[in-house]
Design a protein around this ligand. Structure first.
Ligand code: SF4
Length: 610
């Protein structure tokens, strides 16, 4: 096999047993890599109902056939497991040298099972795989951990690690790499912590086998050379995703005060221009020539890497209009290993709960000093932090009142930084995202604002599915960054060409989209099997706030979503996907996608519609 290494490394932390599993071309072509490999392994191997924080859960680190090769933004990996936040399928991608090294060590994926008896880290150097003591690392921040591991093992390694939040099983703890690149929003850091696994260190020195190395080198060189010539490149390098603060404010979608509003009075103070005035350097993922991590000095003088999501969620959404202070909160979240999007939601939710006297703790909008304390409390599960470490869905179930209406999540995963009072397509994208409310799979909001944001049309449903195929299917299984395509118009047609040179196999864009549909159906089957009798279409609804409480400020004052019309769009979505009215893939759909075995297993839990 070319392109893929054809090997999955398996480590059982309970027994310290290591084995290498061979994968064949059928498996590789059917699932491509990344999210595709991860969900198939989790579907096949996790008993339904398993406690996500128990040794029975499995942590999957998966790459794709282009990962680690010089090419357009190909230095990423997917980290996946059953989520302790949502109880369903969870994953995220991280740009990390660990992705490049894992492939050069000779593996396409790593599966970690069991639980180490003591704090440990995994060291992989090509064929040498060891579980080493992490006693001197446990309790350290992600930044300190990575620095220490580089002192021990040298600079030329890839590291994935957790901070105190992962160790203390904060349900939205993430995995961090290179002091600022984080992934695995639905609690992948907590899954690592539950296994007593502080870090994964990888060093690879082998060649990745290519079908046509000369052709690949030529094509990748051409592809990369087009990127700096794109018209949007220069501004992208200046601001990266931070340009979106201004855009969101202009279009009334900037999450403000726990998604009550879409405009923030102090937006100018936290936007891309404010960032440019503070910027000291730019960082990025490996193999990327359009790096977008903007590093500023925060209010305490420490470096902090900013992007749109973390600034909106830790700025406007919690009423904090001071970029230096937002950068402090962002850095703390990265050091503790807490997801910034969920954290901004939890803080906003706690502030509203405090205002409405549903919790005793006084946490006021924008109270920087108090927020710093609360973030520490969350990381160490102290005082109010123990409750807040559970995520907005569980907190709301505990404190009651009318809080479920303004607990901003879908399926338990907190919403990313786009308010949808007046963005129907984006609300559907959040509703049907395969991990809960995340923008990654179908960021349709910019398109929908151009074509008419108030219309409930079939065209919007088609666009959500089209984007899910490209972003959630193709990019997440190739594990290539979607930003060259979205931000600079890098043509999708490059990927089949690169794949052909790397693997020797003709894989068309349509083939990749079918893989995307297969992955979506399988992820949906995973959720349905986990939730059995509790599954229904309301799992695909966005929060009640957007239906019931109109915007009170800005040019779109009075706007809100219409529940009946949303429900019709959802039915259209199901029909186009070949799913039934409950949002469950039809038997024929599963069969058409080559998932007959999945249909047979799923029928043990729910009756499938033919
Ligand atoms: S564009 Fe940004 S997120 Fe994508 S690979 Fe480059 S640095 Fe990473």
């Amino acid at each position: 096999m070319y392109g893929w290494n054809g090997k999955i490394l398996r480590v059982d932390l309970s027994t310290n047993k290591v084995r290498v599993q061979e994968i064949d071309a059928d498996f590789a072509l059917k699932y491509i890599g990344g999210r595709g490999f991860a969900v198939r392994i989790l579907w096949d191997e996790l008993p339904p109902g398993v406690d996500p924080l128990s040794p029975q859960n499995k942590l999957i680190i998966a790459t794709g056939p282009l990962t680690g090769l010089v090419g357009p933004s190909t230095g990423k990996l997917v980290i996946a497991a059953k989520s302790p936040l949502t109880g369903g399928y969870g994953d995220g991608n991280v740009g990390s040298l660990a992705a490049v090294h894992l492939r050069k060590a000779g593996y396409d994926a790593l599966v970690i099972e069991g639980k180490a008896k003591k704090p440990s880290y995994l060291y992989i150097e090509d064929d040498k795989v060891e579980v080493l003591s992490a006693e001197g690392l446990w309790g350290k921040s992600t930044f300190e951990t990575e620095r220490k591991l580089r002192e021990i093992h040298g600079k030329d390694i890839g590291v994935l690690c957790i901070g105190p939040a992962g160790e203390n099983l904060v349900r939205y703890a993430v995995v961090v790499s290179q002091e600022g690149r984080a992934g695995g929003r639905p609690g992948m850091g907590a899954v690592m912590g539950s296994k007593n696994l502080k870090a994964i260190v990888v060093k690879g020195t082998k060649e990745i086998p290519l079908a046509n190395p000369e052709e690949y080198k030529k094509l990748a060189g051409e592809a990369l050379s087009t990127i700096p010539k794109r018209p949007a490149y220069e501004f992208w390098r200046r601001q990266g995703t931070m340009m979106t603060i201004e855009w969101s404010q202009t279009n009334s979608v900037l999450p403000t005060l726990n998604f009550r509003e879409g405009v923030f009075d102090f937006a100018r103070l936290i936007d891309g221009y404010a960032m440019e005035a503070m910027k000291i350097e730019q960082r990025g993922c490996p193999n990327c020539n359009m790096i977008c991590g903007n590093v500023v000095l925060d209010s305490t003088g420490c470096p902090s890497e900013l992007d749109y999501e973390n600034v909106a969620m830790l700025g406007s959404n919690i009423g904090l209009g001071h970029l230096g202070k937002v950068a402090v909160l962002n850095r703390l979240a990265d050091e503790y290993g807490i997801d910034t999007i969920s954290l901004g939601n939890v803080l906003g939710f706690a502030m509203e709960a405090s205002e409405k006297k549903l919790i005793d703790e006084k946490i006021e909008w924008g109270d920087f000093k108090k927020i710093v304390e609360v973030i520490k409390d969350i990381a160490y599960r102290r005082g109010i932090g123990d409750l807040l470490a559970e995520g907005v869905k569980r907190i709301s179930e505990k404190i009651g009142g009318d809080s479920s209406k303004w607990a901003m999540h879908v399926k338990g995963l907190e919403i990313s930084a786009y308010d949808c009072h007046a963005a129907i397509g984006m609300a559907l994208a959040y509703g049907t995202s395969p991990i809960g409310a995340h923008h990654k799979d179908a960021w349709v909001i910019s398109w929908e604002i151009k074509v008419g944001r108030f219309a409930y049309t079939r065209e919007k449903v088609e666009k959500v599915i089209e984007f899910q195929r490209i972003r959630g299917g193709m990019f997440e299984s190739l594990v290539a960054c979607r930003l060259p395509w979205i931000e600079l118009g890098f043509e999708l047609e490059w990927y089949p060409k690169l794949l052909k040179a790397a693997t020797g196999v003709t894989i068309t864009l349509d083939d990749l989209f079918t893989v995307g549909d297969r992955i979506y159906a399988l992820i949906r089957a995973f959720w349905v099997r986990e939730f059995k009798g509790k599954w229904d279409r309301t799992m695909d609804y966005p929060p009640a706030r957007w239906f019931e409480e109109p915007l009170t400020k800005g040019p779109l004052k009075g706007s809100k979503l219409d529940r009946k019309k949303y429900d019709k769009l959802l039915s259209m979505y199901y029909e186009m996907r070949g799913w039934d009215e409950r949002g469950i893939p039809r038997k024929t759909t599963l069969e058409k996608l080559g998932l007959s075995d999945v249909a047979a297993e799923l029928e043990k839990y729910v009756k499938l519609t033919p």
